[in-house]
Design a protein around this ligand. Structure first.
Ligand code: NAD
Length: 456
């Protein structure tokens, strides 16, 4: 498989992909290694995870530039991602022992009830390319701490990062077989579906997720899906600091070139603040620095995938054909690399693809609304249910709107934010299951109920 740098369009490496034989071999190794790992104590596993985190710190520049070279994430954001991954690891290190400890839920003179949290076994972690360190950590860290072995299938667009992670685990002292990277595209992912694994943890698009979920159903094993979104953001009439709001919205829309599952994908603005907001917002967008992602000052790099350029152009053209007005950008850059101009489109409606289908790029549609009721019904008009945001000076107004959202996450005066302390989960087409938080640690275990009577 050829690994291409999206900024230069040059092949940076050729790698061997897995086949049926090697995938089965990795599975056998994982089963064997997991049996003794499941009996190891949690503090010993935590030590290995600490070593892994220390290596992320030590190798930050190398790991960040590897990611930048294969998926185009600007260097500063690649560094941020590694730092974010380490802070999630810190949460897991602090929390896991308590969450995974045996729970004595009843203790009478001659009777006890205890819950033991056993690992699932060997699990598949099939992952996306947009935040390989962050979304990888959400799965493989709690999975390993709970005593599972992981077959990690990075996206074909971040396979070098995936192979590097395997090396880091070996250097951290993890026994061979417990974390193995499986390289290749969707076909290789399918090979994992054919194995009798004990759990499937997928991060990616709704289309792939749905097909995997259907195939796994017959196995009757846990299957979690972290999928895409079409996250709305509403700016109510009660906003007096529009310059700050605009800065925050630019970040929510354009960070990681809009290639975040919880990126702001559509904006609704109350008519009373609409024109003022648009003015400051467009000014902010035009100030973003686009260029070589290896440059630490650059905020917008190339898109990770070549096909995405045509996909975004189609969304923009569709919006314009249906009455949308482009205030900034609107097309691909003519330079080398998969660059698309940061694009702002107003006068949008829900008849346009840009307001309905996940864009996953640096484009945003903005729609004016008459009142909160209209905003709420537009925000809810989606097949997705990942996150929704409200900007308002009035907390109660924001909470009333957030309460009506059918999403796993809601934000007040912020967006595009994930915390290890809170459950990360999608609803409807955005997925099923939970990563992060205590629930995201337990997700990698199966409870066993002990009924213990000491006298008969
Ligand atoms: P994708 O669905 O194309 O691929 C995801 C993974 O699935 C890759 O490793 C791919 O090789 C593999 N795959 C593809 N076909 C397969 C098959 N038939 N069987 C098994 N595996 C298969 O998604 P992507 O383009 O890598 O990622 C972008 C998507 O991920 C976006 O929709 C984004 O919103 C979503 N995402 C969601 C979250 C979240 O936490 N909810 C986080 C990051 C990304």
């Amino acid at each position: 498989m050829k690994v291409v740098n999206p900024a230069t369009e040059r092949v940076i490496k050729n790698i061997n992909i897995d086949d049926h034989h090697s995938v089965e071999e990795k599975y056998r190794l994982a089963v064997k290694a997991q049996q003794s790992f499941a009996r190891s104590d949690i503090p010993a596993r935590l030590e290995i995870v600490k070593n892994f985190s220390a290596l992320l710190l030590k190798q930050e520049t190398k790991l960040a530039s590897l990611l930048t070279s294969e998926m185009g994430k600007p260097m500063a954001q690649a560094r941020n991602e590694i730092r974010g991954a380490r802070s999630r690891i810190t949460y897991f290190l602090e929390k896991s022992k308590q969450v995974l400890s045996d729970d004595v839920v009843l203790e009478h003179e001659d009777f006890r009830e205890v819950i033991i949290h056993e690992p699932l076994g060997v699990i598949a972690n099939i992952s996306a390319w947009n935040y390989p360190y962050l979304i990888g950590v959400n799965v493989f860290i709690p999975a390993l701490i709970a005593g599972n072995a992981v077959l990690y299938k990075p996206s074909e667009y971040t396979v070098l990062t995936g192979l590097e992670l395997q090396k880091l685990w070996l250097q951290s002292g993890l026994e061979q077989g417990l974390f193995q990277t499986v390289s290749g595209g969707g076909g290789v992912g399918e090979m994992l579906l054919e194995l009798p694994l004990d759990g499937y943890f997928f991060t990616g698009s709704h289309v792939t997720g749905k097909s995997i979920y259907q195939k796994i159903a017959k196995k009757m094993v846990p299957c979690q899906m972290e999928l895409g979104g079409k996250d709305p953001l509403y700016i109510t009439s009660k906003n007096h600091k529009l310059a700050q709001v605009a800065k925050a919205v630019v970040d929510g829309v354009f960070y990681n070139n809009g290639q975040s599952c919880c990126a702001v994908e559509r904006v609704y603005v109350h008519k009373d603040v609409y024109h003022d907001f648009i003015n400051v917002f467009v000014k902010e967008v035009k100030q973003m620095k686009m260029g070589d992602p290896m440059n630490e000052e650059v905020f917008i790099g190339p898109l990770a995938r070549k096909e995405q350029v045509a996909y975004l152009q189609e969304q923009v053209d569709d919006a314009v054909a249906n009455g949308g007005k482009v205030l900034s950008g609107g097309k691909a850059e003519t330079r080398q690399g998969y660059y698309f101009q940061p694009t702002v489109i107003i006068n949008t409606t829900h008849e346009m693809k840009i307001m309905i289908e996940e864009s996953f790029g640096p484009v945003i549609g903005i729609q004016m609304v008459d009142d909160d009721q209209e905003a709420i019904s537009l925000m809810k008009d989606t097949a997705y249910g990942l996150a929704a945001a409200v900007f308002s000076d009035d907390q109660q107004q924001a909470l009333n709107i957030m309460d009506k959202m059918d999403t796993g996450t809601v934000y007040w005066n912020c967006s595009d934010r994930v915390s290890p302390r809170l459950p990360w989960s999608g609803r409807k087409q955005s997925g099923i299951g939970v990563t992060l938080s205590e629930a995201g640690i337990r997700a990698f275990t199966k409870p066993k109920a002990y009924h213990l009577r000491s006298k008969i």
